[in-house]
Ligand binder design. Structure first.
Ligand SMILES: Nc1nc2c(ncn2[C@@H]2O[C@H](COP(=O)(O)OP(=O)(O)OP(=O)(O)O)[C@@H](O)[C@H]2O)c(=O)[nH]1
Ligand SMILES: [Mg+2]
Length: 459
């Protein structure tokens, strides 16, 4: 399906750079560019998939706007499946804007976010899961997340979905044979559970568990530092990020707002959050700050609970310990460079068995390497080593697989309960539709628009 109008957008970030790229796609792309591009080679052959050097001028040919390189990709062998021209001009916003203005005057419309990818999808160049992988790859925060996106772009998920579809179609064929038999003989034939059903369920289960492990690399993990005032939370944030992100003083109650930064630990993006020290608030600002801590503690993947070893433990410490009894806790015993008022044995029994304990000094840096390793080991999983195998990283895909999984389970149950094969066949067809939502074979326009509108402009 070819769209009618011709679109243009800047594909590189706004700002000064060596080169900026403007993309044009659509039926008029070639005609429009020929009106303002003057190749250095007068006998320009205009072969597809070649680069041409020359000047871009205003439409009347009087003003040279820039010296550029142009690539020409004739349909259908282009990203969008339409005629595509890419202008490599100099990366100055003034130059780029002057070229864009010319293109608009000659009939190009400015592309909406994700419109190039949407055209690629509508023209069958990518399926929906690949288009989404492309967007995920562009916004990936770690090398692993890039690798997962690339594998999906190359079709790892599409292939897995296709194989799951084939399993369901085979199972459906077996059920339909049983239905035909019933119609011919009026005797109810209860089918066995087709083996493909269990195979499909197993493969979906492993796709679903890949979501959890891949999410660590794609979204990162949220680590919150909590403790009473003055224990050294902000000092730890600064030490881990290597920056002076948070103000550190010896006055308890220094931090009020949430202070965040992302660091990379073993390829995992770790979103660190420093917080206000928890105590009976002494004013309205501190009260607000402390209530933010309670809210954010609930969403954290890991809580670093900090205690100051140089001073006796207080009731304030005990309140925080009591509120953090669930999993994912790293207890950091800070200020180990000072004389110690208590030992690790005093507190061990107050925490659940899976809690980790580390003695550190945010000031000297001792123990920080172990802290980073501890965070990493909580999340590194073996499943993720082979990024080429099918994985899901996208919430939409996860929900669709969950729905398909449920429908297949329903089919299995109704066969096991001796119900007519028609019920199971109905559920399997629903499951097929759920899988087709992922690749975009069956999807409504509203959802499509929503998906592509979250992409960047020029992609
Ligand atoms: N000796 C020593 N002092 C430390 C260490 N970590 C932090 N401090 C000192 O403890 C004081 C409080 O540090 P902060 O990092 O501001 O403590 P905080 O927990 O963020 O405090 P609030 O923001 O008030 O909740 C400062 O004087 C730091 O220099 C440490 O490992 N050893
Ligand atoms: Mg602080």
């Amino acid at each position: 399906m070819l769209r009618q109008d011709t679109i243009a957008a800047v594909a590189t970030p706004f700002g000064m750079s060596g080169i900026g790229i403007i993309r044009i796609s659509g039926p008029e792309a070639f005609e429009i560019i020929r009106r303002i591009f003057h190749p250095s080679n007068e006998n320009c052959p205009w072969e597809s998939h070649h680069l041409y050097h020359g000047d871009i001028t205003s439409a009347d040919g009087k003003t040279i706007l820039d010296e550029v390189l142009i690539s020409y990709m004739r349909k259908p062998r282009s990203f969008t499946g339409e005629d595509v021209i890419e202008i490599n001009c100099h990366g100055n916003p003034v130059i780029i804007q002057s070229i864009i203005t010319q293109l608009q005057e000659l009939g190009c419309r400015l592309a909406r976010p994700g419109e190039f990818s949407k055209r690629a999808f509508l023209n069958g160049r990518l399926d929906l899961s690949q288009a989404e992988a492309l967007a995920a790859m562009i916004s990936a925060k770690s090398a692993k997340a890039c690798a997962i996106g690339l594998a999906q772009l190359k079709g790892s998920l599409r292939k897995e979905i296709e194989e799951l579809r084939l399993l369901l179609i085979d199972a459906l064929a077996m059920l339909e044979a049983a239905i035909d038999f019933t119609e011919d003989t009026s005797a109810e034939k209860i089918p066995d559970i087709p083996p493909q059903i269990n195979q499909a369920l197993e493969r979906m289960q492993s796709l679903l568990s890949s979501y959890l492990s891949a999410r660590v690399y794609t979204e990162g993990v949220n680590v919150i530092i909590t403790g009473k005032p003055n224990v050294g939370k902000s000092s730890l944030l600064n030490a881990l990020t290597g920056k002076k992100k948070a103000i550190v003083t010896d006055i308890p109650g220094t931090t009020r707002d949430l202070i965040t930064d992302t660091i990379n630990i073993g390829g995992i993006p770790v979103n660190l959050m420093d917080t206000a020290g928890i105590r009976e608030p002494q004013n309205a600002i501190e009260k607000e700050g402390i209530s933010l801590v309670w809210e954010n503690l609930a969403n954290a993947d890991v809580v670093i609970l900090m205690l100051d070893v140089s001073k006796p433990l207080t009731d304030e410490d005990k309140i925080i310990i009591d509120k953090n009894k669930s999993g994912g806790i790293i207890v950091t015993i800070n200020k180990m460079d000072l004389p110690q008022a208590w030992g690790i044995k005093t507190i061990e029994k107050l925490f659940p068995p899976e809690a980790k304990f580390l003695e550190i000094s945010a000031k000297s840096g001792n123990g920080l390497k172990e802290l980073k390793n501890t965070i990493m080991n909580l999340f590194v999983s073996n499943e993720i080593k082979n990024t080429g195998s099918a994985m899901i990283t996208n919430m939409r895909h996860k929900l669709a697989i969950e729905k398909a999984f449920k429908n297949i389970q329903n089919a299995k149950e109704s066969i096991a309960n001796g119900m007519s094969a028609e019920f199971a066949a109905f559920d399997l067809r629903e499951a097929l539709d759920n899988l087709d939502e992922i690749t975009g074979k069956k999807i409504n326009d509203e959802i499509l628009d929503k998906i592509f509108s979250s992409f960047c402009i020029g992609k």
